[in-house]
Ligand binder design. Structure first.
Ligand code: NAI
Ligand code: MG
Length: 358
């Protein structure tokens, strides 16, 4: 059966990097039906909406979505619901994408890109699993109210609500345990259970779900300590699972350990393994249209797409090896270029990965 793949290039460098990623995807020889549609600012220009109905339909009916990036300063004056970034939120909501997987990998060849000492980060390969639809970001009630008693009685007060339903914690726990099973079988759940009821509840559910995965070693860490350990000894982690708020912060921290945002893929999955795959970076309007952007984060997102939505782990590994090979050959786009290596364009990097595949 042919798998339908939606390609949503978006704005800025989005079109350039997805072009290379699609070349790699289609070169694998799999039975795929690859269809493109506009999203973000490009879709607003053409259809006056960042996520037009035809694009949303295509996404819904696809096994996986390869997403470039959206956004440009020229849309800053639009009302919020028409801004390019709304397309991602709309897709997450429509498809129920609750699990965000962000690997932070530092290839040995790029060890100098990190601001940390090479011995601390060289060879780093960790995966952060962030819950994406719950937590204080979406909890109700929220707003501004009057304080009813205590020292600030009568004062105005901004407030949000943190909560997690058992179903939400269980389903992200299963994603994380299963990801850990495919790796070093070590899972660290990050919370703030010493202070937050929501976190204690989260921890209890993690422990309950762990009984179904006796081959995975579960540990727990408070988020403040996790933030420290990520810069002190990041290689001690394998898979980290955490809520929406802590995951937002820790996944950006982990990305920066590698120092090369142009190299980091990401996945957002729902419970039927349908997923949206995109580079961790944005549309980089400062370098768009120059054929200099690094396409490797998007190419590595294709590898994640194969592993998590198409169950093609072998093909995923084939792409990851090809990326290793081009780095080994000394080929670098401008963002990761250093003396003694060869500077290549976006399309030349795509050519090199294609060649290394075979
Ligand atoms: P950005 O990630 O687009 O760029 C940050 C810096 O990294 C820039 O100097 C850029 O040139 C560089 N960079 C990013 N990706 C690169 C690549 N593949 N190769 C080489 N250099 C690369 O973040 P920024 O500048 O904060 O945002 C730009 C636009 O992107 C905004 O409109 C923002 O809203 C949007 N954005 C979209 C995201 C998405 O589509 N998921 C995520 C983050 C930002
Ligand atoms: Mg963030």
């Amino acid at each position: 059966m042919s798998h339908k793949i939606a390609v949503l290039p978006g704005d800025g460098i989005g079109t350039e990097i997805t072009e290379q990623a699609v070349r790699v995807l289609t070169a694998l020889g799999l039975d795929l039906d690859v269809q493109s549609a506009p999203v973000g600012g490009a879709a607003f220009d053409a259809h006056e909406h960042p996520l037009p109905p035809a694009t949303l339909d295509l996404a819904r009916n696809s096994a996986a979505i390869l997403f470039g990036a959206v956004g440009d300063w020229k849309y800053d004056s639009l009302p919020r619901e028409l801004r390019p970034e709304q397309a991602i939120l709309g897709l997450r909501k429509a498809l129920g994408l609750f699990a965000n997987l962000r690997p932070a990998i530092l290839y040995p060849q790029l060890a100098n890109a990190s601001s940390l000492k090479p011995e601390v980060v060289s060879g780093l390969d960790i995966l952060i699993v962030r819950e994406l639809t719950g937590d204080i970001y979406f909890g109700q009630p929220r707003g501004v109210r009057q304080v009813e008693d205590g020292p600030y009685k009568g004062d105005r007060q901004g407030f949000d609500t943190m909560h997690y339903a058992e179903t939400e914690v269980r389903r992200i726990a299963h994603v994380a345990f299963q990801a850990a099973q495919k790796r070093a079988k070590k899972l660290c759940s990050v919370d703030k259970a010493n202070v937050l009821e929501t976190s204690q509840f989260w921890r209890d559910i993690m422990i309950a779900v762990a009984a179904e995965y006796p081959d995975v070693e579960l540990s727990h860490m408070y988020v403040d300590n996790a933030a420290m350990q990520l810069v002190r000894a990041p290689k001690a982690f394998d898979v980290i699972v955490t809520g929406n708020l802590f995951g937002d912060i820790l996944s950006d921290e982990a990305a920066m350990l590698t120092g090369s945002i142009g190299m980091l893929p990401s996945a957002s999955l729902n419970s039927s393994n349908q997923g949206l795959y995109e580079p961790s970076h944005g549309s980089a309007p400062d370098i768009a249209g120059q054929n200099i952007a690094n396409p490797l984060a998007t190419i590595l997102s294709v590898a994640m797409l194969l592993r998590y939505s198409l169950n093609e782990a072998g093909q995923a590994a084939r792409i990851e090896s090809a990326v290793q090979a081009v780095l080994e050959q000394g080929l670098r786009t401008a963002d990761i270029h250093e003396s003694g290596t060869t500077k290549v364009s976006t399309s030349q990097m795509g050519d090199a990965v294609l060649k290394a595949l075979n």
